[in-house]
Design a protein around this ligand. Structure first.
Ligand code: HEC
Length: 145
């Protein structure tokens, strides 16, 4: 077992606390090691199981597309009237200006937690670091990488 596999499994097992403290620096979009047939989940959190990348795509289309749009251009149906509007994830200058950590943090804790608009909602239930990383990777992929 690699150390990353181990730390991922550990983080998943322990719930969000480790992740929230920035334990995972993984650049990995979700080479799903967390699929978990083995470990019985010790936490009551309905942590997503299965492939984090697939989970992230599902979450993105359910929760993010309404504001950010399917392509992340900030043109979702619910984006009208938001001030400031959701930005275009396809903008390379924006992509270059934000860290992975920032993206994961705003997804988890919401805009207000990072000095952005509170209209960007928090997703406190997304406590699986692998899923957060996969969502961040999805946002990065919309940058045209
Ligand atoms: C209710 C509408 C809404 C929903 C739903 C929403 N967002 Fe946002 N999001 C926003 C707005 C508005 C901003 C712009 C905030 C700002 O620039 O101050 C934003 C900003 C962002 C940013 C950029 C932060 C930055 O530093 O510029 C990211 C990344 C992001 N959202 C990801 C997501 C993801 C991933 C989801 C789904 C889990 C999501 N958002 C769901 C409205 C939304």
């Amino acid at each position: 077992m690699t150390s990353r596999t181990f730390s991922t499994a550990l983080a998943v097992a322990l719930g969000l606390t480790l992740a929230a403290c920035g334990g995972s620096k993984s650049d990995n979009a979700g080479a799903g090691t967390a699929s978990g047939t083995a470990a019985p989940a010790p936490t009551p959190t309905p942590a997503p199981t299965g492939d984090p990348t697939a989970k992230a795509k599902e979450i993105f289309s359910q929760r993010c597309v309404p504001c950010h749009g399917a392509e992340g251009k900030g043109d979702g149906v619910a984006s009208k009237g938001l001030t400031p509007p959701p930005r275009n994830f396809g903008d390379p200058a924006w992509q270059a200006s934000v860290t992975d950590e920032h993206i994961e943090k705003i997804i988890h804790y919401g805009g207000a937690a990072v000095g952005k608009a509170p209209t960007m909602p928090a997703n406190p239930d997304l406590s699986d670091p692998a899923v957060l990383a996969a969502l961040r990777a999805h946002v990065r992929s919309l940058g045209g990488k």
